[in-house]
Structures are given as C-alpha cells and as structure tokens.
Design a protein around this ligand. Structure first.
Ligand code: AMP
Length: 392
C-alpha cells in the first residue's frame, strides 16, 4: 500500500522537505528553502529553482505547497497520511517517535536548553506545518531516540551526579535516525534478523558519529551531551580534553562561548586544513599538503580507535558499516580506518572497496563484513511516522 509522508526538517534558516513513500522510500518530491529571512531566499524543488524572498518558516512551507502545484506532483492527487518531523533532541523523555500534541510540544520546548540551536527551529517547523495541515497527524522523530537504550555506564559522565539531576548532563547521542536505518538495512544485507546481529555503524558526513549496535539496539555512541564529542568532523573537534576550556580562559582570556564556538565551527578538518569538505582535504593531500595529510591520518586514526573500542564493547562483531558522504564515497577513508585490523577478523577487499558494485566491500572469507550502505533519514522518518500511526 502506498503511504506518503511529508517529511520536514526545519533548521534555523532553512526548511527541507520531501514527500516519501513509506513502503519503498521513493521520494515523489524533495525540496529545500534556504536563507529564510534574508533578502533573497533560495528554493529548489525537484531540481526547479524558485528564488523569492521568504520571510519566515510559515512562508517557506506555503512556498513549498505552491511549488507542488507549479511543478508537481499535485498534492491533491497524492494522499498524504502524515507529516513526519525531524526533531534533534528528545532528551531522556523520548525513546521512540511520538504523535505531536500540545504535551509533546511543551516537552520539546522544555528541552530547548539542551539543543538551543536546533529544537526551536524544529518546533517552528512543527507549529507551522500544523497550521497548514491541521487535518493530518504529525509525528516527531527524534535524533536522540535510538540511543536511549545505552546502559547507564555508557551514558553517564563521571562528574558530580547532581549535574545530571540539575542540568541533564549525560550522553544522549545523535544521528539516531540514520544509525537505526543503516543498521536495519545492514542486517538485511547479511540476510539476518536485526535482533541477532552486532555491528559498528560509522556515519561519516559533515557531522560524524559511530554507534555500537547490539541486536538492533544502540549500546554506545560517540556523540555525547552535544554532537561535539567523538570523531573528527567537518568543523567539530570531536574528543578533546575539557581542561582546554579553562586553560584558554586563563592564558588567552577566551570566554566559554568563544572556545565553544571554535570547537564547534572552527575545528575538525576545517581547523586543521582550512577546508571542512572532505573532498577538498583529499585533493590537498593528493597535492602533498602536509596539514591535509595530518588531518586525514587523524580522522582515520580516530575512526580506528572507535572501531576497536566498540569491538571490545560488543564482544563479537558481524559487520562494520560505513554510511553518509565520506563513508559511502571515500574508499581511502574506509581503507585507512580498517587497515591493520585483520587480527580482529576485518578483511577489506581492496578491489571491491575501490569501486563498490554492492554493499559488501570485505573479502568473502572475512569473518566481519565491511559494508557500505547509503543512509536515508527521510525514509526512516516516513517509516517511523507510519509505524506510530499503526500503533494508535
Ligand atoms: P553528508 O553530510 O552526508 O552530505 O556528507 C558530506 C561530506 O561527505 C563532505 O565532507 C563531503 O566532502 C564528503 N563527500 C561527499 N562525496 C565524497 C566523495 N566522493 N569522496 C569523499 N568525500 C565525499
């Protein structure tokens, strides 16, 4: 049965949408409105560009509805069963997607201190979409939810325990929608029930995170209280010694906000090379740039450390799974991340890895399979939305 879900991902100045068939993942339309509130906004819908001033998110969604009429498919001809909203932070309140109602909105508002940039924008998207589509059910799908199965010793920081009670300081993890989707697809590739498979999933996009998934449940993940912790990313540092904050305050007079900003926006590949785009780092490295070589080595070394750590966490591992821009497309990063791990049963096939014709890039004999699986967060949001409706 065809069940189309309008999937909405509202950012602070952008609104991404797609109309997805929850059964097949096929997107009847995808669109993006950027630079909302600026003099000239940019709107792409199924490849058609439509630039006009879009003052706010409400106008952005109205513009989206108009271009559905203009360029198709016509919304009057496609039955939409739900609107699925990406919400970044569900705190420890949401371990699963949930139907949007006033209580949910209040709960997401309460979580704004944990995600001050993302949750307000996500809420704006929900409120605007509820006004435009008042008769449709709306479902919130949380980026943190998949990681709510982490055991306390994996999510707790060894800090004064009152920090958890007073300020919610613990590890939450992010990219959960992608990890959920990719780990299920990987089990399918292996021909196994997700409940029987252990795997390490590496989501390597602009943001990067690793997850240890045991029997379909996340038991550890590299992002923590915020998406800053863990792997080296486009502009984020990943793991650093938190004492850097205090030291820079003392020797350089830097405020907490300044150091926070640097670690989030001026670090990672960008901080090391000037370029946050992995392809540019590869190009610089190929031209002999020493800083790009260091950045690549550090990026892959950090990946390898997490693979080793999560191998120990899981005990037995059936697959290491690469996804998102770098994971799907960089054979060099995959090769460097698992180089020398043959002792763990991870044997990459260099020919398959260089030019994958299917998801498996390890040798046939490799006890641990290495897989490349495209992520599809929109499809996962559509699937989860439909599942919430079915459970009503
Ligand atoms: P995403 O956030 O999933 O769109 O991933 C973005 C990252 O993937 C950027 O750092 C891109 O440079 C990187 N990327 C995309 N295509 C390639 C490619 N062919 N080779 C290496 N990196 C790529």
């Amino acid at each position: 049965m065809t069940e189309h879900v309008l999937v909405i991902n509202a950012g602070s100045s952008s609104l991404k949408y797609s109309l997805v068939d929850a059964a097949t993942g096929e997107a009847a339309a995808t669109g993006l409105v950027e630079r909302i509130g600026e003099d000239r906004s940019h709107h792409v819908h199924n490849g058609h560009e439509d630039d006009q001033r879009v003052p706010d998110h409400e106008a952005a969604l109205e513009a989206a509805v108009q271009v559905f009429d203009k360029y198709g498919p016509s919304l009057s001809e496609i039955e939409i069963v739900a609107v699925g909203h990406r919400v970044v932070h569900g705190g420890d309140r949401f371990a699963a997607p949930a139907l949007v109602d006033d209580d949910l909105i209040a709960a997401v508002k309460d979580l704004i201190p944990l995600a001050p940039l993302h949750n307000p924008a996500n809420l704006e998207g929900i409120e605007v979409a509820r006004r435009l589509f008042p008769d449709l059910p709306h479902v919130a799908v949380f980026d943190t939810a998949f990681h709510q199965t982490l055991p306390p010793y994996a999510y707790t920081y060894a800090v004064p325990s009152s920090w958890l009670d007073d300020y919610g300081i613990r590890r939450y993890g992010f990219h959960g929608t992608s990890h959920a989707f990719v780990s299920e697809q990987a089990a399918r590739v292996l021909g196994r029930d997700p409940g029987d498979v252990n795997m390490i999933v590496l989501h390597l996009g602009n943001g990067c995170s690793a997850a240890a998934v045991r029997g379909g449940q996340s038991v550890d993940t590299s992002m923590g209280f915020t998406p800053l912790e863990g792997l080296v990313m486009g502009t984020r540092s990943g793991d650093v010694d938190p004492a850097i904050h205090g030291h820079l305050a003392r020797v350089a007079g830097r405020t907490a906000e300044e150091t926070d900003r640097s670690l989030n926006s001026e670090s990672g590949l960008k901080g090391l090379t000037g370029a946050n785009d992995f392809r540019e780092v590869l190009r610089l490295r190929a031209n002999g740039d020493e800083r790009a070589k260091l950045a690549f080595d550090l990026y892959c070394y950090r990946l390898k450390k997490y693979i080793g750590a999560y191998y120990a966490v899981l005990g037995t591992v059936d697959a290491v799974v690469f996804t998102a821009g770098v994971g799907q497309h960089s054979a060099e990063a995959r090769a460097a991340a698992v180089a020398g791990l043959e002792g763990l049963g991870i044997h990459l096939d260099p020919i398959r890895n260089a030019d994958p014709s299917g998801p498996v890039v390890s040798t046939d004999e490799s006890p641990v399979k290495v897989l490349v699986i495209p992520t599809n967060e929109e499809w996962e949001i559509a699937r989860q939305s439909v599942a919430v409706l079915a459970a009503r």
